[in-house]
Design a protein around this ligand. Structure first.
Ligand code: FMN
Length: 201
């Protein structure tokens, strides 16, 4: 829609909630999210990524839902997801699946009303094995079917820490230019898809 001046009407930025499935202080996946935040600030107009913490969520237990009210940490987390247009998951792989930390967050925000529903989503992962977290990513996509998350398909960003070596520096930061470019393309893809889901302004 054009404004009276003939200029395109400003579009509200796409807000992205970024969730890390690792609680480790030196988490590689958390560093990927930090890199994505930097990249989006520097090179992608109209996209704001915020890291949403999940460490303080209680373990899923519906007994904690008292007369429909949830623990404050859970309510705050659900609100952040609700207010986001899109979700960026950084998902380590534990025993061929997503981590319990991530599943716990997914489950809390799925309680009625499911606040994941209809959102655009993307996944990045890095893991110890050669698959770079691929199995966890596909499990996450499967969970997303029931949650009504809409994942972008490409590019797939699955980075093995050790194979081949040298993609990450000694501090755990991604330094490989090709992998960084892939991550940037994934962010652009998420941005475009979220705009499409939002529809015409
Ligand atoms: C309980 C456990 C199970 C794991 N299982 C896998 C696995 O199935 N595949 C894999 O690639 N790495 C596996 N790993 C290694 C982690 O993916 C690796 O440590 C990764 O760096 C964790 O991400 P983070 O640095 O963001 O915490 C496992 C680690 C733990 C602690």
């Amino acid at each position: 829609m054009e404004a009276a001046t003939g200029m395109a009407a400003p579009t509200a930025p796409i807000k992205v909630a970024a969730i890390c499935g690792s609680l480790l202080k030196g988490s590689y996946n958390r560093r990927l999210i930090r890199l994505a935040i930097e990249m989006s600030k520097e090179t992608i107009n109209g996209m704001e990524i915020e890291l949403v913490e999940v460490a303080d969520l209680p373990l899923m237990n519906v007994d904690l839902e008292v007369d429909g009210a949830l623990a404050l940490e859970v309510e705050e987390f659900r609100q952040k997801i609700l207010q986001a247009d899109a979700v960026l998951f950084a998902s380590p792989e534990y025993n061929y699946s997503v981590t319990p930390v991530l599943k716990n967050a997914l489950d809390w925000a799925s309680r009625p009303p499911n606040v994941w529903a209809g959102k655009a989503a993307a996944i990045v992962s890095t893991g110890g094995g050669p698959g770079g977290g691929a199995r966890a990513q596909y499990h996450l996509r499967q969970i997303g079917v029931f949650l009504d998350l809409h994942f972008v398909n490409k590019p797939e960003v699955m980075l093995s820490v050790h194979n081949p070596p040298g993609k990450f520096d000694d501090d755990g930061n991604l330094v490989d230019p090709k992998s960084k470019e892939k991550l940037r393309k994934l962010l652009i893809s998420l941005h475009n898809f979220a705009l499409r889901l939002r529809g015409p302004c």
